[in-house]
Design a protein around this ligand. Structure first.
Ligand SMILES: O=C(CO)COP(=O)(O)O
Length: 253
């Protein structure tokens, strides 16, 4: 549900999916829908393709659709084979970067301290950092969801974070790609807790956008977006189809 003075964000995380052809057809589909809708939606739209397709994506969209990376390195440059600096993302026209996704925490052993360092680098490069947090199924079953999310938030926040350069995404690990979602009450409890933490830790924490992610589909988007302190969605699978992602973006209001 809307938080005063906060524009929702509909963000598509393509993960390791896509091709040149798919980038072209998906972004054509989104820009055409946006044009038909009069040029803008209640929500800001963001797409985060894999690194090889970022430049093509930026060339295809006009400024009403933002493009972001899925990771960056904490250092500005140097001997880090395979990594990408935040300034490089900004240099080609990215405005956002997703950090600390649970798949990176698992696949690459990323700690919250590393996520905080990456977020600090993103802010220096004038990118908005989308910091992902979320509990595993075992942690939820043990009643530790709020505790885990709190620890991740507190440890991942960069010192200079503010509502203008920070977004938090709550993504329960067990809801990602599974078709399962928490109950509205459970989402409300976690988002409410995150809001409290943000208010405590940041001067304008009441204005930071908090996204929900994990099996968001056109069929459940409106219900999820109506929950207090849900200010948009971070969408995986359903962001790979223009029709589905558009329907979700329209529900982010
Ligand atoms: O991980 C996610 C987005 O970052 C969510 O993925 P799904 O929407 O495929 O569940």
């Amino acid at each position: 549900m809307s938080t005063p003075n906060v524009r929702p964000l509909a963000a598509g995380n393509w993960k390791m999916n896509g091709s040149s052809e798919m980038t072209l057809s998906l972004l054509k589909g989104l820009t055409e829908r946006l044009k038909s809708a009069g040029g803008s939606l209640a929500a800001e739209i963001l797409v985060c393709p894999p690194f090889p397709y970022l430049a093509a994506a930026i060339a295809l969209v006009d400024k009403d659709i933002a493009v972001g990376g899925q990771d960056c390195h904490p250092k500005a440059s140097g001997a880090h084979t395979g990594d990408v600096a935040a300034a490089m993302l900004a240099d080609i026209g990215c405005r956002y970067v997703i950090l600390g996704h649970s798949e990176r925490r698992t696949d690459h052993g990323e700690s919250s301290a590393e996520v905080a360092a990456k977020a600090a680098a993103a802010l220096v490069a004038k990118l908005t950092a989308i910091i992902c947090v979320g509990e595993t199924e075992a942690e939820r079953d043990r009643g530790e969801a709020l505790k885990i999310v709190e620890k991740q938030i507190v440890e991942s926040l960069p010192p200079a974070g503010s509502a203008s350069n920070l977004v938090i995404a709550y993504e329960p690990v067990w809801a990602i790609g599974t078709g399962r979602t928490p109950t509205s009450d459970d989402v409300a409890a976690v988002h409410g807790h995150i809001r409290k933490l943000l208010r405590t830790n940041l001067a304008d924490g009441g204005q930071v956008r908090i996204l929900y992610g994990g099996s968001v589909k056109p069929a459940n988007a409106a219900e999820l977006m109506a929950i207090p302190d849900v200010n948009g969605a971070l969408v995986g699978g359903a962001s790979l189809k223009a029709e589905d992602f558009w329907a979700i973006a329209e529900a982010c209001r």
